[in-house]
Design a protein around this ligand. Sequence first.
Ligand code: AMP
Length: 113
Amino acid sequence: MSEETIFNRILKGDIPCDEVYSDEQCLAFRDVNPQAPVHILIIPRKAIKSLREVKTRDAEILGHLLLVAGKVARKEGLESWRTVINTGTEAGQTVFHLHLHIIGGRSLNWPPG
Ligand code: AMP
């Protein structure tokens, strides 16, 4: 299976994204198919396929992604938001480069579908 995902290509600058935050460890950009008024993806620069593949050594980057999620959500003016990580096809994962969704700006139902 090819390692090249659409998110790898965004990280390399091969295809554009609507960037909202960037640092040495991660990149955040608006989802191309937003499910709410605010729908942002945060991805690590490190190529990790999903939460299934993470190792103990990834603890710092995983924590960093959550801290950035809070930072980005506050910057968007959100008081409430949902943070989602889909893991595996049946859970809805379509891009196999770890990513965290920030979804907000409207009321969200629970449980999710
Ligand atoms: P998931 O279903 O959890 O794997 O989420 C993948 C997300 O990536 C979906 O919400 C897509 O709309 C989004 N997506 C796919 N391609 C792009 C792209 N080029 N730019 C921004 N978001 C994208």
